[in-house]
Ligand binder design. Structure first.
Ligand SMILES: Cc1cc2nc3c(=O)[nH]c(=O)nc-3n(C[C@H](O)[C@H](O)[C@H](O)COP(=O)(O)OP(=O)(O)OC[C@H]3O[C@@H](n4cnc5c(N)ncnc54)[C@H](O)[C@@H]3O)c2cc1C
Length: 456
């Protein structure tokens, strides 16, 4: 870093919040992608005034800024690919207000998702979005990525809970959008524009979220199938049953075998797929719905069907799904993790096409995920010498996804990982409008450059 620029940034951040020692830069060089892009410096955010000063100083000095929460992103959004400063927002972690009467909470961006869930629960309320990273990801990161999670089938994703925001532009100006009410139709919806903008338009400083009444009880049902087509047809049947499950998850044969080797749960060797579904609500309704869903799984050909009505029994059924990520990681030394999403009616076709890609490219694919949203995490597992085939497999998977009317990412975002494919999904005029919006918010292209939008 140029000494004058360094001096200006230290002054804006407060010397104690500015770090540029190699070890500090390395700490912020990576995220869950495992890629390494050390920033030139790190600034720890301490309050709104300081963030404004830092952003304005970076604009004056033409230094890129990369907002960062916990660094659990899976597409490289928090990586300093163009150098510059990583702005660590994890320390802004206060729940500013939890208003039970209004069913809202206002939080700083660094609040850990599980902490908000716990606070809501203490007030007798419920914050539904639950990415699997709930224990360590931040609300700011969740909003910037529009994070999904298990309960999205019934409750939707982060976007559905964001009522209002306070955010800072790269030039240091701060603006407020949205409201603390459930309804508001005044002006353009900047709040929804910022949700999922991957830190490329503004730095989130405060977020007002909608809370729901806490469901009284829940139950889980699972079905193990010896045929994937039957399993995807069963998912369809669950979703057409008139019941809205909170979650419907699917795991394929590769995943189940990996889970069995990893966790030894006693899954039958002929298992080709497993379907898990949760329901919640009043106890008597939950009991009836769980029985109905179990009946559907059995009728649709499941070899084994189980239902769990208390949390411990439910956790036992969920063990296979929770073990899926670490278990699959053991299938090869390298992994490309994609989270494609297809229209619900095309799920069966997509799983069949994944088998074809696996055979054609001679590579291991393990798929599991949120089947109730059509969202599958496809893990392309490979050894270093198979790198090219792995990337070709990813291209094939994206091509099949788009051919079926799907989208390249259900919840992990574009970041740097999917930049090369955005043009294949996005309407060219829509892409131009997005580039125009980026120029309005960040005319010098200093806020998280090189993410989300491919270069013109
Ligand atoms: C084991 C594991 C499981 C996961 N499961 C899920 C899942 O089920 N569903 C899901 O959707 N995702 C999941 N993820 C991905 C990840 O946890 C989410 O994308 C999460 O929202 C990222 O939050 P973070 O605080 O770690 O953000 P970071 O990784 O630090 O940042 C992510 C993006 O948000 C931007 N950003 C962060 N804070 C701000 C801010 N205050 N203002 C502006 N921009 C900001 C960054 O610039 C970056 O572009 C998982 C990841 C892991 C490692």
């Amino acid at each position: 870093m140029d000494p004058d620029v360094r001096q200006a940034l230290r002054q804006a951040a407060g010397a104690e919040n500015y770090r540029d020692a190699p070890a500090e830069r390395l700490l912020y060089a990576s995220d869950a992608t495992g890629e390494l892009h050390p920033p030139q410096a790190v600034v720890r955010a301490v309050d709104e005034a300081q963030v404004r000063r830092v952003l304005a100083a970076c604009t004056r000095q033409r230094v890129p800024v990369v907002p960062r929460g916990s660094g659990s992103g899976l597409t490289g959004g928090a990586l300093a690919v163009a150098g510059g400063v990583v702005l660590d927002l994890a320390g802004l972690n206060r729940i500013l207000a939890l208003n039970a009467a209004d069913h809202t909470a206002t939080v700083q961006p660094g609040v850990i998702t599980a902490d908000l869930q716990a606070a809501a629960e203490q007030a007798g309320l419920f914050y539904p979005p639950d990415p699997a990273s709930v224990g360590f990801s931040t609300i700011g990161g969740n909003v910037a990525e529009n994070a999904g999670g298990l309960r999205a089938v019934k409750y939707g994703v982060t976007r559905d809970y964001v009522l209002g925001l306070k955010a800072a532009l790269m030039d240091g100006r701060v603006f407020v959008s949205g409201a603390s009410t459930f309804k508001s139709v005044v002006g353009y919806d900047l709040t929804r524009l910022l949700v999922g903008s991957e830190g490329t338009l503004a730095v989130l400083l405060e977020i007002t979220l909608r809370l729901l009444p806490r469901p009284e009880s829940k139950a889980t049902v699972s079905g193990i199938f010896s045929d994937m087509d039957q399993a995807t047809a069963a998912v369809q049947a669950l979703l057409m049953s008139g019941i809205i499950p909170t979650a419907v998850e699917l795991m394929d044969q590769r995943t189940l075998r990996a889970v069995e080797e990893f966790a030894g749960l006693g899954l039958p060797p002929q298992a080709r797929a497993m379907v898990l579904a949760d329901v919640d609500g009043a106890p008597e309704v939950v009991a009836r719905q769980a029985a109905d869903l179990a009946g559907i799984l059995a009728k649709r050909g499941a070899d084994t069907v189980e239902a769990a009505h208390d949390p411990r029994a439910a956790e036992r059924l969920w063990r296979a799904r929770r073990a899926a990520g670490p278990a699959v990681n053991r299938l090869a030394t390298r992994k490309l993790n994609e989270d494609i999403v297809v229209p619900l009616g095309r799920l069966g076709e997509m799983t069949a096409r994944l088998c074809r890609v696996e055979q054609e490219r001679g590579i291991v694919l393990a798929a599991f995920g949120h089947a109730g949203d059509g969202n599958l995490h496809v893990n392309v597992m490979f050894e270093p010498h198979q790198e090219e085939a792995a990337h070709q497999a990813v291209s094939d998977i994206f091509a099949h996804t788009l051919a079926l009317g799907g989208s390249l990412s259900g919840e992990h975002g574009v970041g740097i990982r999917k930049l090369g494919y955005v043009g294949a999904e996005m309407d060219p005029v829509a892409l131009e409008l997005m580039r125009g919006l980026k120029a309005v918010f960040d005319p010098l292209n200093l806020l998280n450059p090189g993410k989300l939008l491919p270069p013109a």
